[in-house]
Ligand binder design. Structure first.
Ligand code: ADP
Ligand code: MG
Length: 263
């Protein structure tokens, strides 16, 4: 097992991860067993949850880097620590959806959103969209909300080119993950990404992928067999906790086993 002997100072605790800064300037994320939903209102804690999300994130970061995606990832310290370059986080979450589900479906049903050409069928819950629908939500507000590109521009959080760049990266990341997951019997229904600006010499200001990626905390994974044969959504992600429709430890272990191929 790797032992990290470098000094570190505690910075803060997020909802799921504790954050430290190492003496070499890197950020260390300690993936805890905490889980929250509904902007932190519902809370829980499950053994090995942090380890599973950390190992999955490390796997995906390595894979994405190999495919040419720029990320903050530096190294994995098993079982549950991820070392990364510290970035200035762009204060929006990027949500990419392949299916009409969750809050998107609810907003659609309430008539709050026009999905135009993204709609395939009659707008029923869990139907596939014609292509990936990318949207932004706020990150540091007590109740996060969808935010229009115009507001992102007016707050000078990103310029037009940066927004376009992030959308393109998000689609690339999604297609890399989706094609891998399909071989493992999983549909990537939707996923959340965060990006930040690098402070590293040589790539200063460049927007790179940050936070965590491809975990059941930040993606919706559906069993593809159940969906394709019966149109049934069998969630293998945080929805089992949100909606109390399954045992989180078993479900997270199952996703881990499918993606990484061992127990
Ligand atoms: P949150 O409660 O905001 O979801 P998490 O428990 O997910 O927090 O902890 C991760 C926090 O660290 C998030 O606020 C995320 O935006 C931030 N973060 C992610 N990657 C980086 C990075 N490379 N540098 C600085 N901050 C980061
Ligand atoms: Mg988070």
């Amino acid at each position: 097992m790797l032992i990290d002997t470098m000094e570190r100072e505690f910075i803060r605790s997020g909802k799921a991860k504790d954050i430290y800064r190492r003496s070499d300037g890197c950020i260390v994320f300690v993936f805890t067993d905490r889980v929250t939903a509904f902007d932190g209102v519902k809370k829980g804690e499950y053994p090995h949850k942090g380890e599973i999300c950390c190992r999955l994130s490390c796997f995906w970061f390595e894979k994405l880097e190999n495919e040419g995606i720029k990320t903050h990832f530096r190294e994995c310290i098993p079982p549950n620590e991820l070392v990364a370059e510290e970035v200035s986080i762009i204060p929006v979450e990027v949500i990419a959806r392949n299916y009409l589900y969750g809050s998107l479906w609810r907003r659609y049903k309430r008539g709050e959103i026009d999905l135009g050409g993204f709609l395939h069928g009659d707008g029923s819950e869990a139907e596939p969209l014609t292509s990936t629908y990318v949207e932004f939500t706020t990150k540091f507000e007590s109740t996060d909300r969808p935010i229009a590109e115009e507001e992102i521009l007016s707050r000078a959080w990103m310029n037009r080119e940066e927004i376009e760049h992030i959308k393109e990266e998000t689609l690339k990341i999604g297609s890399i993950m989706s094609s891998y997951l399909l071989q493992k019997g999983l549909i990537l229904a939707d996923y959340k990404l965060e990006y930040g600006r690098s402070r590293e010499e040589g790539r200063e200001g460049e927007i790179i992928l940050a936070d965590e990626v491809g975990t059941p905390d930040v993606c919706r994974f559906w069993d593809s067999e159940a969906y394709n044969s019966r149109g049934e959504v069998v969630s293998l992600d945080k929805d089992v906790f949100r909606e109390a429709k399954g045992e989180l430890p078993e479900v997270y272990r199952e996703v881990y086993r499918r993606i990484l191929g061992h127990q």
